[in-house]
Design a binder for this molecule. Sequence first.
Ligand SMILES: [Fe+2]
Length: 386
Amino acid sequence: MLLDDLTIDVASLGDGDEENTNLKSDVEHLSEALSIKFEELALIREFAERLELGEDIATTCRMLLQELAPCVQAATLAIELFADDEGAWGDEIYVSAEPIEDERIRWVAAAAYRQRERLTGESHENEITISNHLCLDGEVYNAIVVPIHRHHQRLGRMIAIRWVASGEFGTTEADLMRSTSMMLGVHLINQRQYAAMQQMFEGMIGSLVSALDAKDAYTCGHSSRVSELAVLLAKRLGYSDEDQQRIRMAGILHDIGKIGVEDSVLRKPGQLTEDEFAKIKRHPVLGYDILKGIRPFRRILPAVRHHHESWDGSGYPDGLKGEEIPRDAQVLAVADAFDAMTSSRPYRDGMPVQRVLDVFLKGRGTQWAKDVVDELLACPEVLCSV
Ligand SMILES: [Fe+2]
């Protein structure tokens, strides 16, 4: 619906008698109220579309302030967040428009509450407060303070400040700020829960990797090095940020199936028998089975299962060939082989990087995807270690 649709042609109502004049005035008020509400709705919808979980809270606050400041016509509009118990954010003030010092903003908010308290005899710190004519150091301010909360949790407050000459604040501005604060309150709680879940998830990954490192001390650190190189290659291959995150996680967990391989086989120095090698070769499928029940890991399953496939179909576990091999697994295979060849073990020294690069050149298009090898050979971080 367009704003024009809400506008009523008041002139056509005529002004012949008192009744018509009153009607005209009522319609004018209604029309104005409707257009204000329409503006408020449009603004809220815009905010709702732009709020993103996982985005830095400072960015979110600055975006809200930038959009809202012109609508409430404040000289200074600020969001003050109170520190939370879990440390998701600290005591912070974000300011738009003409910034004034944090202390002065806090003083204006406190003075607004005091002024209202003097009038009513009650504390109003959890309510919207409109206070005009607040004096500080010879300056006179008008202010609105709107609490940001969710249920009974006090999360912060939004403060609008105007010089007294710019006119008093009223309910229109307060309503806009209230709607925005309510949305911000919900977003802050969601954001806090999201951060807690993210932390738990990362802790879970860390525990899995620690368990693997403890089991196979020889290859300790291999997972994180593979992950880092896989991300470097992925960047060069044009992966998006989100896809890079996926391959980073796949790199960290690609060998997690080794948790299910007997210690005597996993830690055996030197040559493995055919039977022992068959046991080692089970680790991609074991890893797949460990991770498949956990929803956020589903997107890395193809890379975990297929990181030992070979371009010519001679790899394992499924003997996939060429483009049948998932792209993440193609990249991971190169990063994994590079780290395995260059790292030292107690029973052998790592190969010199130049020799490793020759092996890749030889296996380009037979063991590994040509374009991934090309990126490895052109990667400055790899070349500088030659
Ligand atoms: Fe592996």
